[in-house]
Design a protein around this ligand. Structure first.
Ligand SMILES: Cc1cc2nc3c(=O)[nH]c(=O)nc-3n(C[C@H](O)[C@H](O)[C@H](O)COP(=O)(O)OP(=O)(O)OC[C@H]3O[C@@H](n4cnc5c(N)ncnc54)[C@H](O)[C@@H]3O)c2cc1C
Length: 467
């Protein structure tokens, strides 16, 4: 176990020689927002010893070199919307916030590439692309608040992943500050690259443990001309999910296929105070499709309507996009309003295993006395199962939650699934990672970490334990 040093007044002084003193914070009131992310369990709160907000890669490089000399951990932080406590400094040290690095550096229309700094919100990236007639296809439900750097660091998924892939598929290159304090560019504007190991892909999804992302080359695509959202309501989850492969094998590639179970629909309805269709007994499938022409879009929608109706849908509606996405995107907030403390599971299974897995989760919920709401990305097999604490005592929550999670992930792994589809492992899932990840795979990850960050400075204690 590495013993880290604490941030002394001398070190604070050295930090203010790198970054203007107004961007070095160490009073606890101003550090409160950096002591947690969106995971609400009080067990996962830890205050930094200092928060630093650099403006350039060179400043970050100097901070990283100082941290190596002084043996102090650095936790990179985007917008703090993570759900796995990945940006929280559990080993102490400095939180390095990228919030001031929030500019567009270039929109290269010829190559259809946007170069941005990591602190831009995802929503601002999307808007800037749209204004030039392009689509940036990364689209997590948190897009209005998450940072693009955080999306890359977690390989965020979201609402366009079935057609366009996760954040990994949108990134052509990154500039990083390495754990040693060097500034290097991995990838760039080329559309393909077989030049040695793909270190770019190692950095994407590494949750701030291997490098600090300071510049990102994002792929843009043409803005689709015609888009439609359909809401198909089914009487049960199995018939709802069964429709997904049928749509895909009919030759349609939807932008997304989302699902909400009935309890999630009711919870969102209550939270939004808006009547949602068939909230009494329905299970939702939300399908977004794009077409080259109005005709082509209509053809796809007719096929989906026919397939859903043949497969027992109670109704298929052309959805008001604002209303339906407001409902889907309120899932986390609605559960939080019902139970301030909840555990957001992010499991992923082969698509056809969603109904079986959710059925088992419901049985386990009943066994342990938890309310569990499920929604998520059916087209990717990604289930968000929110386990609510509600009025359960802290002692029961602490004892029962890990037992429930263990049983859930036994099932998930038995059907070929994984711990996280898009939120990452962070700090919250380390015990589960140690239990469920193949030990040889974990050893490879540890070897990579040791090779790239021998002093274990960058975001220690995340993803796995160091031996
Ligand atoms: C309501 C809600 C809805 C959500 N919906 C989705 C969804 O649909 N899909 C999805 O994938 N996630 C979703 N999330 C989770 C979260 O928004 C994503 O994980 C997001 O990518 C985190 O970005 P952030 O900027 O907030 O990162 P943070 O929470 O600040 O950090 C997350 C991780 O990234 C690292 N990091 C951040 N910036 C950098 C950087 N520049 N360099 C290196 N490491 C860095 C941190 O160290 C940490 O390990 C949702 C969250 C909420 C609250």
């Amino acid at each position: 176990m590495t013993e880290y040093k604490t941030v002394t007044p001398e070190i604070l002084d050295k930090l203010t020689k790198i970054v203007d003193s107004k961007y070095v914070i160490n009073d606890s009131e101003r550090m409160e927002p950096y002591s947690h992310d969106e995971h609400t369990d009080p067990k996962y709160i830890k205050y930094p010893e200092a928060v630093v907000m650099p403006a350039t890669a060179e400043e970050i490089a100097a901070i990283v070199k100082l941290a190596n000399q002084e043996n102090i951990p650095i936790v990179p932080r985007g917008a703090g919307t993570g759900l796995a406590s990945a940006a929280v400094p559990f080993k102490g040290g400095i939180v390095l916030s990228l919030e001031r690095m929030n500019q567009i550096l270039e929109i290269d229309e010829q190559n259809m590439i946007m170069v941005v700094q990591p602190g831009m919100t995802t929503g601002d990236v999307q808007k800037a692309a749209n204004e030039k007639g392009f689509l940036y296809a990364g689209d997590p439900c948190s897009a209005d608040s998450s940072s693009i750097g955080g999306n890359v660091a977690t390989n965020a998924g979201g609402n366009k992943a079935v057609k366009y892939g996760t954040t990994r598929q949108q990134v052509l290159g990154v500039e990083i500050v390495t754990a040693q304090g060097d500034i290097i560019t991995l990838g760039g504007k080329c559309k393909k690259n077989s030049t040695g190991y793909s270190l770019l892909n190692l950095i994407i999804g590494s949750e701030g443990t291997l490098g600090i992302i300071t510049k990102i080359y994002l792929k843009l695509v043409a803005l689709p001309k015609n888009v439609m959202d359909l809401l198909a309501v089914f009487p049960d989850l199995k018939t709802a999910i069964d429709i997904v492969p049928k749509i895909m094998s009919a030759g349609i590639t939807p932008v997304c296929v989302e699902f909400m179970d009935n309890q999630a629909i009711r919870c969102c309805e209550e939270f939004l105070r808006e009547k949602l269709p068939h909230s009494d007994n329905g299970f939702y499938i939300i399908v977004s499709v794009e077409g080259d022409s109005e005709e082509n879009l209509e053809d796809q929608c007719c096929t989906i309507d026919e397939l859903c109706s043949e497969n027992g849908a109670l109704t298929v509606l052309v959805a008001d996009p604002v209303k339906i996405w407001k409902a889907r995107k309120s899932f986390a907030e609605a559960d939080r309003a019902k139970s301030l403390v909840y555990s957001a599971e992010d499991l992923v299974v082969p698509m056809d295993q969603i109904p079986y897995t959710i059925e088992k989760i419901a049985e386990l919920g009943a066994k342990y006395g938890f309310t569990i709401h499920c929604a998520g990305h059916a087209g990717d097999g990604n289930i968000h199962a929110n386990i609510l604490k509600e009025t359960m005592s802290d002692a029961d929550w602490s004892a029962k939650l890990p037992a429930l999670q263990n049983e859930i992930y036994e099932i998930v792994y038995s059907v070929g699934g994984k711990l996280s589809g898009e939120h990452g492992i962070g700090y919250k899932r380390v015990p589960l990672m140690e239990k469920f990840c193949d030990p040889a795979e974990l050893d490879m990850m540890r070897a990579i970490k040791q090779a790239l960050d021998p002093n274990l400075i960058l975001n220690p204690g995340k993803i796995f334990e160091y031996k």
